[in-house]
Every structure is written in C-alpha cells, then in structure tokens.
Design a protein around this ligand. Structure first.
Ligand code: SF4
Ligand code: SF4
Length: 369
C-alpha cells in the first residue's frame, strides 16, 4: 500500500486535526454510541491519516458515520479531540468528492469562501438592477418590481445547476467508497433492497438521536424540515408563495412560511449562540464554514421577515430594496453552501449510512456462503 507522507499536512488544512498524541487506548470507541460492533471506530480513519494511507482514507465512510456529539473528545485522556478530527475529515472528504475543486478552495481559504459569497451576492444585485420591473411607489407591487415568472425561471435554472453539481459529487463519492472498494463483492440487488436505509436516514436524520442524549436530534431535524419547507415554497411553489395578495392568517401560504421562518430563526440563532459562548464540547472549535452557513441562513430568514413586514405595512421602496438584499443573501448561501459547503453533509451522511448498510449486507452474505 502506498504511503503518502504529505497526507497529515494536507488534512490539517481542513481544520483541527491533532491526533498524533493518540496512544490508541480505545476510550473513544467505548464511549461512542455509534461505534456499535466496530472495535476501531472512530480511530481507524485517524490512523489512516497518521500513517499516510490516502486511498483507504478517501474510500472510508466512517467520518460520515460520526454525528459529532463530542462524547469521545470529552473522554479522550490525551485531549486529541477525535470528534473534531472526524469533522475535519468530513471537510477533507467533501473536497475529494467535489470534482470542481471549489469545495477544497472554500474549506482551505477564508478569502475564497467569503469572496465567493460576495461575488455571487453582487451578481444578484447587478441582475436586480438590470432586470427589475417598474417601481410602483404609491403601493406595494412586489410582483411588478420582481415578476414572479422571471424569478421562478431563475430559481429553476439555479436548482438544475446545483442539482447537477451535488449529484455528480455524490456519484464521485460512490466511485471512491463503493466501486473502487474490491474488499467485498456487492450484488446489485443489495443497492435496491437497502434503499430504504437511504430514505429513512435522509428523512429522519435518526442517527443524531442514537448519537447523543441531548436534544440535538430534534433541533437538527426541525432545521432540516424548516429549510426543506422554505426550499419547496420558493423553488416549486414560488408563483403561489410570492404574491401581492394578502391572505388571511389561516391560509397555508402564511402559516407554512411562518413555520419555516420561525424554525430557521430560532434554531440558527441557537447554533450561533452555542458557538459564541462555546456552550458544548462540539462548539470548542469553529471553522469558518461552521459559522457561515447558519449566519447566511439566519440573515436569509430575517430579511425574509423584513420583506413580509414592509409589504404588510405598505412601504413600497423598503419592500423592494429588502427583497433584493434577501435574494443577495439567499442565492450565495445556496450556490456556495449546497454543492460545496456544509449543506452537502445532508446528502453525504444518509448516502454513507446507505452504502455502509449495503457493504454490511454483502459481508453477511459472504459469511453465510
Ligand atoms: S480516546 Fe484519545 S488517545 Fe484514546 S484512542 Fe481515542 S483518540 Fe486515541
Ligand atoms: S463525536 Fe460522538 S459520534 Fe462522533 S466518534 Fe465521537 S462519540 Fe462517536
């Protein structure tokens, strides 16, 4: 097996990774609720890095099977922070799956990540300046200023491009972790029979629940549901959602929007507060990407609320300007974070659980032969 002496230095560019003091005592494995029957989880991937084994690391699913509760880090007698090491490995692996090289640039360089957000935001403002409709000032006509058909077309183009990137990166993950792994022969039928694992874990995120005793699972799940609700409203049902009609409070257009907004504001603020005061073990280390996604999500929700309030108070110009600000935050959040940043974990995690279940079944079949 080829040894790459630069691997440790390479991984360290993606965050904190100081496991050279690990003396392999196994306390992290004992403490981890997710280690299950694996006697080397979460240590194996860390050892791969220390030993310079790049190929086994790149084909490993284990960093995705850690849900970062931080229990192992609290237990580690050498303060080597195995939980944060796994987080760093997830960033590293995200950049290995991404064929464009942008994820690697964004994770390793603050200038690249912040610069990309600013450039995309400025591009949105430029588009709004060039293509906005007539500005009606005696009443609010948001759909005249930003015709919903045009915004919807822009949404659909962006959605298609982002889907292309995330699907092609997920395919690269499959190639690295499954196709190139010849340790066990996998019958194609297993990919079909185990599909339920993908669906269950994508919808419920239930491994968060197994991972820790606190209420992280419900918070994380509600953020995902709030985000998904807002995403469906603005990408699929924009014609129904962005309207100049004022609906009664019980109308689904209002309470679905309120639900998603309240959830996003409350829980992203909670995440940011946790990081600011370093509330839990998992907040001790914060990479730029850990800040940017919740900040952008919070700002998107807050500017969305402002547009809503200005519209209801009949302030035309503040409504239009805030709407442009809202788009100039929401679009870079999607363009930068979905395929290349922290959002992509929502795809890679359930995929990893699915791939691992396929491998486990294949092993069981082999053992039964
Ligand atoms: S608890 Fe710490 S020192 Fe022990 S094996 Fe895990 S990372 Fe290494
Ligand atoms: S952070 Fe939690 S889930 Fe991840 S390896 Fe440590 S104990 Fe296990």
């Amino acid at each position: 097996m080829k040894v790459d002496p630069k691997l440790l230095l390479d991984v360290r560019k993606y965050g904190d990774f100081d496991v050279t003091g690990c003396f392999n005592c196994g306390s992290c494995t004992v403490k981890c609720n997710l280690s299950k029957d694996s006697p080397s989880f979460p240590r194996r991937s860390m050892r791969h890095v220390v030993m310079g084994l790049r190929d086994p690391l790149n084909s490993s699913l284990e960093p995705w099977l850690c849900y970062y509760c931080g229990d192992c880090s609290k237990t580690c007698p050498r303060q080597t922070e195995p939980g944060e090491a796994m987080m760093t490995l997830r960033r590293y692996l995200t950049s290995k799956y991404d064929w464009t090289g942008l994820a690697s640039k964004f994770y390793r360089s603050k200038a690249w990540e912040i610069g990309a957000i600013l450039v995309v935001g400025a591009f949105v403002v430029l588009l709004a300046m060039l293509f906005h409709g007539p500005i009606v000032t005696d009443r609010v006509e948001l759909n005249t200023f930003a015709p919903v058909e045009q915004v919807h077309l822009f949404d659909m183009i962006m959605f298609s491009v982002l889907s292309f990137f995330i699907i092609s990166n997920a395919f690269n993950m499959f190639m690295l972790t499954m196709y190139k792994d010849k340790s066990v022969k996998i019958p194609f039928s297993l990919y079909i029979t185990q599909l339920k694992e993908l669906i269950v874990h994508a919808v419920t995120q239930k491994k968060f629940k197994e991972c820790s005793n606190d209420n992280r699972w419900i918070k994380h799940w509600l953020i995902v549901i709030g985000y998904a609700t807002m995403f469906i409203l603005v990408v699929v049902f924009l014609g129904w959602f962005q309207t100049d009609n004022i609906y009664p409070i019980y109308h689904p257009q209002r309470w679905l929007g309120y639900f998603a907004t309240v959830v996003l504001v409350f829980f992203t603020a909670d995440i940011l507060y946790g990081r600011i005061v370093k509330r839990d073990q998992i907040h001790r280390f914060s990479h730029l990407s850990d800040w940017l996604f919740p900040i952008l999500l919070l700002l998107t929700a807050v500017t969305g609320i402002a547009v809503h309030l200005f519209r209801y108070m009949s302030f035309p110009l503040p409504t239009y300007y805030t709407y442009v600000a809202h788009m100039a935050i929401a679009v870079p959040m999607l363009v930068v974070e979905v395929p290349f940043g922290k959002w992509s974990h929502l795809v890679y995690r359930p995929l990893a659980v699915y791939f691992q279940s396929v491998k486990d079944k294949a092993m069981q079949l082999k053992a039964g032969e």
